[in-house]
Write a new protein. Structure first.
Length: 202
């Protein structure tokens, strides 16, 4: 299984740069880690994940392609949810703000504040970004649970993100069976009609 083209995919971190990850590949994981350590007097780089892969270079390109696609999705959600950066002060600290839809106050990018959450001390840009990623992950988990992981895994990234955005904003797909089925079936006409109808009734 592991021939001449095999190697390791890895994720490496350094506590000096919280929130930053390096995704890379190597034929020799131990040697690669040592090369990172030579750039730090504290020798504080850490490999937090690694896996041997029979075609590691191609796998790395696929991962980075998905990461770039996800980054565009994050930017899109930020623009749709809070393009004006409501709640962000001039010193870069975020505080909660009233929601344009009413109801509970909002924090960051579309995060409805739940009972027990306290953002009174404010949050940094990095913390707000991390909260958005957590919320999108929770929305993805809802989609997986409601349509099934096998069905979800067969969707292309664009259709996955359409369903994730719905779950992110509405908390479920269950009230929109026609739209959900149209996304799964890649029925563009029904998708457009149902999405437009949802916007009108929302």
């Amino acid at each position: 299984m592991f021939g001449p083209a095999s190697g390791y995919l890895y994720i490496i971190t350094n506590k000096s740069w919280p929130g930053w990850l390096k995704v890379g590949t190597t034929r020799n994981l131990k040697s690669r880690l040592q090369s990172y350590q030579t750039s730090s007097p504290f020798r504080d780089y850490e490999v937090i994940y690694s896996i041997k892969h029979p075609a590691y270079l191609q796998a790395e390109q696929n991962i980075k392609k998905q990461m770039a696609y996800f980054a565009k999705f994050i930017a899109y959600i930020k623009n749709v949810e809070n393009a004006a950066s409501e709640g962000r002060s001039s010193n870069g600290v975020w505080v909660q703000h009233s929601s344009p839809e009413g109801g509970s106050d909002t924090f960051g990018y579309g995060h409805k504040i739940k009972r027990g959450e306290d953002f009174s001390q404010g949050r940094t840009d990095a913390q707000v970004d991390a909260l958005l990623v957590d919320d999108l992950q929770a929305a993805e988990n809802i989609v997986r649970r409601e349509i099934g992981t096998d069905v979800y895994n067969k969707l292309d990234p664009k259709r996955k993100q359409m369903l994730i955005e719905f779950a992110f904003n509405l908390g479920t797909l269950r009230g929109f069976p026609l739209f959900t089925k149209a996304v799964i079936d890649n029925d563009i006409d029904v998708m457009r009609a149902e999405h437009h109808r949802t916007l009108e009734s929302g």
